[in-house]
Design a protein around this ligand. Structure first.
Ligand code: FA5
Length: 358
């Protein structure tokens, strides 16, 4: 057999062995080693290449082309094996990351207490907001929302507080660095939604608007800097103070249960006239006086009153024709009272031992 033929026989054997070695690589690392062995400088292929020097020019060209073709086939096989191994790696990583949610769902809400995974729940404040919405929807109210970043007009001016009005200091305001200085605020209450409601639809209006509000306050046992309010607004013909008092009383019974009553105390808000502070019987002591209510028997929930004629004028409604009432109370405060919580900050501490009780 000529040397050229001998080389071709060896080449064929080397290619078969090399193809097998590449296909047998079980990992990317295996493949890297196998590639070095079958295509590297000390590989059978490299030794075959070295033998080409002994051939004459014509044979060298012919056999050399065969060696190159074999090398290209082996490189292609190495690349396809790499693709296979990478795809398998991705599939097994995905499989390992899979979350089996069925088990947690089956374990139920008390699972956490037993140290088992738990399916989670809504925050107490969210549960309270949902329940408030349900109660008012049951009384025929719609549910509205407004933006948390408000212009000075909605948060103050349209609510009968022109620039520099002293009542603005009732709310410690956080301003956003947007537009003219002090023109955009983080809303200090949900009352601006009253304006948005009256601007966007004609009376009669019966709506509540729950949402987050912001004040520049240092949190303490009864105050948060970010908390939630529920605004209520009714605008219709012939609405009087008794409608306000009746609505609040029905709501109080529905939320706290029979035995808890409401009362309205004279107060001042620029956007209502007359205005009232809204209290409910302390549900902890049923009105006899305890620590929660500072011995008063009553707990303050929010403010309320008849919509001021200036507010109607600001939104272009005729105060001679339309009358209405508005109220606004703290959702966190309501949740706190109902579960007998001594410190409102527990709602934002994110201590799971606390949150899992509700
Ligand atoms: C207002 O914010 C008025 N917009 C309420 C209103 C609406 C009056 C419509 C008339 C007509 P006030 O600042 O008092 O009023 O807040 C209302 C309620 O929000 C409070 O009674 C309390 O329940 C809750 N609240 C106020 N500040 C905080 C705070 N820092 N942390 C938690 N709750 C608060």
């Amino acid at each position: 057999m000529s040397e050229a033929d001998a080389i071709l026989v060896d080449l064929q054997a080397a290619e078969v062995a090399a193809t097998g070695a590449l296909g047998a690589a079980a990992s990317l690392e295996d493949l890297r080693v196998a590639q070095g062995e079958v295509l590297g400088r000390r590989s059978p292929l490299a030794r075959i290449n070295a033998r080409l020097g002994a051939l004459d020019a014509e044979q060298r060209r012919r056999v050399g082309a065969e060696v190159n073709a074999a090398r290209q086939r082996l490189e292609a096989r190495a690349a396809s094996r790499r693709d296979e191994l990478e795809a398998a790696g991705r599939a097994s990583r995905l499989e390992a990351d899979r979350l089996d949610l069925t088990e947690a769902a089956l374990l139920g809400p008390r699972a956490w207490v037993a140290g088992l995974p738990d399916r989670g729940r809504l925050h107490l404040v969210t549960q309270t907001r949902d329940e408030l919405e349900d109660i008012f929807v049951g009384m025929g109210f719609g549910v509205a929302e407004g933006p948390e970043a408000e212009t000075d007009w909605y948060n103050f001016e349209a609510l009968n507080m022109p620039p520099a009005h002293p009542a603005r200091s009732m709310w410690d305001t956080l301003y956003l660095d947007l537009g003219e200085p002090e023109s955009v605020v983080l809303r200090t209450h949900t009352s601006p939604v009253q304006i948005r409601l009256m601007e966007s639809q004609p009376p009669p209006l019966y709506a509540v608007a729950p949402g987050r509000v912001y004040r520049k306050e240092t949190p303490d046992a009864r105050h948060l800097a970010v908390f939630h309010q529920l605004e209520g607004l009714v605008v219709d013909e012939g609405i009087g103070f008794a409608d306000l008092a009746g609505t609040i009383e029905v709501f109080t019974g529905a939320f706290f249960g029979q035995g808890v009553h409401s009362r309205l105390r004279p107060s001042y808000f620029p956007f209502t006239e007359p205005s009232a502070e809204l209290d409910v019987t302390c549900p902890v002591c049923a009105g006899s006086g305890c620590r929660t209510c500072s011995q008063a028997g009553w707990i303050e929930l929010g403010g309320a009153g008849m919509v001021d004629p200036n507010v109607f004028s600001a939104v272009g409604l005729d105060p001679e024709r339309w009358t209405g009432f508005a109220f606004g109370f703290g959702i966190d405060r309501l949740a706190m009272i109902r579960v007998g919580l001594g410190d409102v900050r527990a709602l934002t501490d994110n201590d799971l031992r606390f949150l899992h009780q509700f």
